[in-house]
Structure formats: C-alpha cells, structure tokens
Design a protein around this ligand. Structure first.
Ligand SMILES: Cc1cc2nc3c(=O)[nH]c(=O)nc-3n(C[C@H](O)[C@H](O)[C@H](O)COP(=O)(O)OP(=O)(O)OC[C@H]3O[C@@H](n4cnc5c(N)ncnc54)[C@H](O)[C@@H]3O)c2cc1C
Length: 417
C-alpha cells in the first residue's frame, strides 16, 4: 500500500491550491479527483470575473484554474483522475479506499484534506407542488449543458432563486437566444452579489421579482408552465396572487450546500450555520489529521478565497504532527449568518489567523468586534454588510497569549436600512 503525508480529495481550485501548498512544504502528496479533468466546477464557468482579488485580473473560470493546474503539473504532484473515494478508515493513520478503471486501491496517509466542493439544492429540497415533468434543472446543470455539452436546455424559462449561478445563467441563456421571463426570489433581498444583479440582470433587462416563489409545476412529459405566487415576510404564499407563466424550463438557483458525505462518514462535526465542518484556524476538523477547505468548508462567493483556504489547509496538513490540541471556541451573536473558524487552537500559534464571516441580514454602518474576556481586541467598521457578500480579516492572535480559561467573543451591530 502506497504511503502519503497528505491526500487531497477533490481537484477543484481548493484541492489544487492545497496540494501545491503541501508540496511546497515537502510533503508527499496525492490528489484524487472523480472527474476526468482537474479544475472542479470552474471548468464550466466560462464567464469572467475570477481572480480579481488574487491577480487583479478578470479571468474566466478555466483560465483561473489553468494557472493552478500548470503549477501542479510543474511540481509533479501525484494525482489520480476518474477516481472516486469510496471510503476512509481510521487505522494508525488513515486508509483511503478508491475505485477507478484499475479496480479498488488503498492508500495510507497521515492527513486528509477534504476539498470536495458543494452541491446545489434541488427541487426536492424546496417542495414544489404539481407534476414532475422534465425541464426542471439546477442552474449548474443548465450551465454544464450549455458550456460543456453545447446543448440548449430551454427556449423560454423561469429562474427561481437569485443565487449567483442563477444570475449568471440568466445572462448566459439570454445571450444564447433563450427568453428568460424573470428571476423570482422568495426573500425580500437578492441572494447573489450586487455586481451580478447589475451585470447579469439589469444590463439585459431581465426582471427580478423579490418576495415571489414558484408554487406549482404544470406539464406531463415536459414542463409547460409554472405558477408564481407572492409571499409574505414569513415566505408563506399569499392566496389570490397566483400567476401562470408558460415556459419549458424552470432553472433552480436556490442555494449550495457543502458536500459532506465523506466528512460525515468520518464523524466530523458539522456546523449547522455553514453546513460544513467546524474547524480551527488551520482548517482542521474535530478529527485529528482531517482538514477541509474551499466550498466543502463553507460556500464562498469568490474563488480567490477558496484558493486561500486551500493554501492554508495544505500548509497546515503538511506540517501536522499528532499532538493533542487545546481549543477555545469563539462565541458569536445571532447577527452573524456564520463565523469561521469556530474555534482557536491555542498552543503553538505562529501566524496570523484568517477569519471569514457573513451577516445574517443587510446592515448599514456596521461594527464587528472581537473580544477576549469582554475586552475588545479588534474593531472593524463596514458601511454595508449583506448576507451574499462574505467578509474576511486577518489578525495575529499569538500576541494575546490565550489560555484555556479565556473567552473569545465576536459581535456584530448595525442599522437596518
Ligand atoms: C454549479 C456551480 C456553478 C458555480 N459557478 C460559479 C461562478 O460562476 N462563479 C463563481 O465565482 N463561483 C461559482 N461557483 C462557486 C464555485 O464552486 C467556487 O468558486 C469554487 O469553484 C469552489 O472550489 P472547490 O475546489 O471548493 O470546489 P469544486 O470546484 O466544486 O471542486 C470540487 C471537486 O471535488 C471533486 N470531488 C467531490 N467529491 C469527490 C470524491 N468523493 N472523490 C473524488 N473527487 C471528488 C469534484 O469532482 C470536484 O472536481 C459555482 C458553484 C457551483 C456548484
């Protein structure tokens, strides 16, 4: 059985960055990817806007991924594509069992980095009444049809949900000649980035209807129409406001969820707020030697932060030596949609820590504070905070000489617009 220091599962931007960074630290690394090519979901994201934070350039998804793929190959890192991880066992270290055309193979490794990305929510998870015709796609599937397979999935469609992929698909479908009747969002504010609302909807005169949802599907073999209904502030449909729109496709952009199957099989603790693993500043989970990064950890809005988390996890996994860690958790108030990391390991802290958070609602003139035992150690002001836009900051936490008795809290306050 071949031995590695670090096995990275997933060859998207997070996994590639993690493998490169672990290799730079001198670790023996293997990357495992279930698809035929490296690059993850970026392979199908042919629009630009990737890499603005990291490179100051507007790259397409494949261009962004290619920079990492080239470096990965130059470094001659071991990898296996068309290979699916079917199980992980805790032995003295870990045994990873994979299946591919050669059959089933096992590898031994000291650490594992879960970089398996995220999944899209489907119509099953949002309960729409009516028949079950073909023509109901997630936005990612519609994107793969057009950008990878060269097939048009619709001539006239409705988009449910204002997540970024739905907004990007509204523009893409319009450019390819489809009629997009509108983007319908149950919440009273959009879920996607402001830049995507402007560039993908307003620039193409595609209407956005807030506080609306799809309540029924019509059609036998193929979708013929959808019923749209207004919703109240509790997102309950308002009787009497129903409207029927004829269309041959319903494109769902109703959220992404970190891919947790392997994490759960390893009894990794999952944070109900991020829906990904809870972790410390090294992106290590509650299972010693199991690290996570990218969209498997939490759904990022920009790929640049996905790569950053991969680099941090790769470095930490390569340097990892088993030692019991002493943790203090970070208590956060309900104004945060989520706050990462959830805990700090307080021994041998060397570097500055990277924090990520989202607000629970739109806030103006907001103040985020971090305190130790009630004493503020960091204050940050934000003119505007919106749930779709993730915030990040760094802090050298070693200067505070934290002990197990210390209490770290994060608080967020702001005005409702
Ligand atoms: C459909 C879709 C479209 C998106 N479009 C955009 C966009 O237009 N713009 C944008 O900024 N962001 C977009 N995103 C967000 C995007 O996912 C992130 O920016 C980034 O690509 C996440 O990187 P990642 O490496 O964490 O995950 P991914 O890129 O998803 O890579 C994860 C990889 O892990 C592999 N994998 C998973 N499980 C296993 C297993 N058991 N064994 C082996 N391999 C496995 C997968 O095949 C995949 O290649 C999109 C996300 C989705 C789901």
């Amino acid at each position: 059985m071949k031995d590695y220091d670090v096995i990275v599962i997933g060859g998207g931007p997070a996994g590639l960055a993690a493998a490169i960074s672990a290799d730079k630290e001198g670790a023996r690394v293997l990357l495992i990817e279930r698809e035929a090519k490296l690059g993850g979901i970026l392979k199908q994201c042919i629009h630009d806007g990737f890499g603005l934070v990291r490179y100051g350039e507007k790259l397409s998804g494949p261009e962004y991924a290619q920079r990492f793929i080239e470096e990965f190959h130059i470094r001659n890192i071991d990898y296996s594509v068309l290979t699916y991880v079917i199980g992980i066992e805790k032995t003295e270290h870990y045994t990873v069992r994979v299946v591919n055309t050669k059959g089933v193979t096992c590898y031994r490794t000291k650490t594992i980095i879960l970089a398996t990305g995220c999944r899209e929510r489907t119509s099953k998870q949002i309960s729409i009444h009516g028949t079950r015709p073909s023509g109901v796609f997630t936005a990612g599937t519609a994107q793969a049809y057009i950008n990878i397979l060269g097939q048009m999935p619709t001539k006239k469609c409705v988009i449910l949900g204002s997540g970024d992929i739905g907004l990007i698909m509204a523009r893409r479908l319009t450019l390819e000649g489809a009629k997009v009747c509108g983007v319908y969002e149950a919440k009273d504010s959009p879920s996607g980035l402001t830049r995507n609302i402007l560039q993908c909807l307003e620039d193409y005169n595609i209407p956005l209807y807030l506080s609306h949802t799809v309540t029924r599907l019509f059609g036998e073999d193929r979708l013929k129409a959808v019923e749209i209904t207004k919703v109240d502030e509790k997102m309950a449909p308002i009787f009497g406001t129903e409207e029927i729109i004829e269309c041959d496709a319903l494109i769902l952009s109703v959220g992404l969820i970190p891919e947790n199957e392997l994490a759960e099989s390893l009894h990794v603790e999952i944070d109900p707020r991020t829906k990904g693993p809870a972790c410390d500043q090294d992106f290590m989970t509650n299972q010693a030697g199991i690290f996570t990064c990218g969209n498997a950890l939490h759904v990022n809005d920009l790929v640049d932060y996905v790569s950053e988390s991969g680099e941090l996890a790769g470095k930490a996994a390569a340097r990892y030596i088993y030692k019991d860690r002493e943790y203090i958790s970070i208590d956060t108030d309900n104004e945060f949609l989520y706050f990462l990391p959830q805990k700090i390991h307080i021994r041998d802290i060397e570097n500055e820590m990277t924090f990520y958070f989202r607000s629970n609602q739109v806030l103006k003139n907001a103040l985020m504070t971090l305190s130790v035992n009630g004493k503020q150690i960091l204050k940050k002001k934000y003119r505007n905070l919106k749930p779709p836009e993730m915030e990040t900051f760094k802090l050298d936490i070693s200067q505070f000489k934290l002990t197990g008795d210390d209490k770290v809290t994060a608080a967020l306050k702001g005005e409702n617009p």
